[in-house]
Design a protein around this ligand. Structure first.
Ligand code: AMP
Ligand code: ZN
Ligand code: ZN
Length: 419
């Protein structure tokens, strides 16, 4: 039957159906391109403390090559505070720390006690980790996930673990980490992971020791860049470029600190009046019973280079109020300043330069890395700064997963996706 022989009402319905399909396809990004034989896979690499502008250092050759065939952001804006655990967990949940519960590297909870990073058992207790990380989203929707170190991967979160995970061990070499990822990618399609996370600490370690401009930081950039290069070569050798999306991010940047820029807290407030939960550069304090007014008055507008808030007056842009784990008094040092309890704590050598992070998350020095390439991404695109809470939406979209409720949105990052 040809078109003009259709009854008029059938032709009208057909016409409106075509218009509706076109309208929907114009407003939503098309699903990621993948070979019919293999569904899309997402590999997310975290380079701890890789400051956004390290991407233009001479050593970052493979990362720039990846950016040239994909997308790079001028910087990824970390969530506040610009510390490792809060930001790794914002990246994978799309939630601000006030909502995902990891509000600091060190914090107190009235029920759970004290949380700390490193080899502390708290990191393995799922009750600390709120929200839904991408690997739980994936596992719940029938996709396997595999993590080669990521804060939170050692805990059963909502009772769910990644299919493959490892207890954190900083001695595992970068080569072993890359080889593990390539082994996962080489698995048969029906059992292989669709989400893979892997973590490297070199740039954070060196950045703390010598600051962002020290020679050891350039060597660390070269080491993590060559790990990314090995992953890129491995993906090509596996003929997996058609279905693997490679996203390289960091959690925060790094600022120079100096022994000449110290803030001695106990010069201003009596030690017996407060519990210091975390110290630098975000100082979180619990005043002892009855000392609340004294502690606030002693510190607010009194300490050079330190901004002091009561929890309920922390600026909204920091999204740092809603959690009971945030201490009643929060103080933030200016960029490059270090809070110590007393001056005698200064164990640095004269002239020594070091690095720190945790400062105001909108500072360019705290800016993190975002580079991504693969079938889901446009090629050779540079985008402006964007907040790391949007990365979860990007990840769920690429994997075709229904996102859990979160603070980010796909529309903030949609321009980088292929149509
Ligand atoms: P930060 O103190 O914020 O600079 O945290 C960086 C440090 O966190 C790294 O040098 C590691 O020692 C530690 N770290 C990173 N990932 C993990 C993890 N998955 N589990 C335990 N500790 C970790
Ligand atoms: Zn970090
Ligand atoms: Zn660090």
């Amino acid at each position: 039957m040809t078109d003009h022989r259709m009854p008029l009402y059938v032709r009208r319905i057909a016409w409106w159906a075509i218009v509706a399909v076109l309208a929907v396809s114009c407003h939503r990004p098309a699903p990621p391109v993948a070979s019919p034989a293999h569904p899309p896979v997402l590999v997310v690499v975290s380079l701890d403390g890789f400051r956004a502008d390290y991407l233009d250092r001479p050593a970052a050759v493979h990362l720039r090559a990846l950016a040239a065939r994909g997308v790079r952001a001028s910087r990824l804006i970390p969530s506040f505070p610009s510390k490792t655990f809060p930001n790794h967990y914002s990246l994978v949940t799309g939630l601000y720390p006030e909502h995902h519960g990891i509000v600091a590297n060190v914090m107190l909870d009235s029920m759970l006690g004290r949380f700390a990073t490193g080899n502390d058992p708290s990191g393995r207790d799922g009750r600390w980790w709120l929200g839904e990380p991408i690997w739980v989203t994936a596992e719940r929707q029938g996709q396997r996930s595999a993590i080669m170190f990521w804060p939170g991967n050692e805990a059963a979160i909502q009772g769910v673990r990644p299919h493959w995970w490892r207890r954190y061990d900083g001695r595992v070499t970068n080569t072993e980490r890359v080889d593990q990822v390539l082994q996962w990618l080489a698995m048969p399609v029906d059992s292989s992971p669709r989400f893979i996370g892997v973590y490297f600490s070199d740039t954070d370690d060196a950045g703390h020791r010598v600051g962002p401009f020290g020679a050891a930081t350039d060597s660390a950039i070269a080491r993590v860049d060559s790990a990314v290069g090995a992953l890129m070569r491995g993906i090509e050798a596996l003929n997996a470029s058609d279905f693997v999306n490679l996203m390289v991010v960091s959690d925060h940047g790094m600022a120079n600190v100096s022994r000449d820029r110290l803030i001695p807290l106990y010069d201003y407030v009596a030690p017996e009046s407060v519990t210091v939960v975390d110290l630098e550069p975000v100082t979180t304090l619990i005043p002892r019973a009855g000392a609340d007014a004294y502690v606030y008055a002693a510190l607010h507008d009194r300490v050079p280079h330190l901004t002091v808030w009561r929890k309920d007056s922390i600026p909204e842009r920091l999204h740092y109020r809603a959690s009971a784990r945030i201490a009643p008094v929060v103080a933030l040092a200016d960029e490059g300043w270090t809070v110590v309890t007393q001056r005698a704590d200064n164990r640095w050598q004269p002239g020594e330069t070091r690095g720190a992070h945790g400062y105001d998350n909108e500072l360019p020095s705290m800016g993190a890395l975002f580079v991504a390439s693969g079938p889901a991404f446009r090629q050779g695109l540079r985008v402006g700064p964007f907040a790391n809470i949007h990365v979860y939406s990007l990840m769920t979209h690429i994997l075709g997963l229904r996102a859990a409720p979160n603070d980010g949105s796909l529309s903030a990052v949609q321009e980088m996706l292929r149509r």
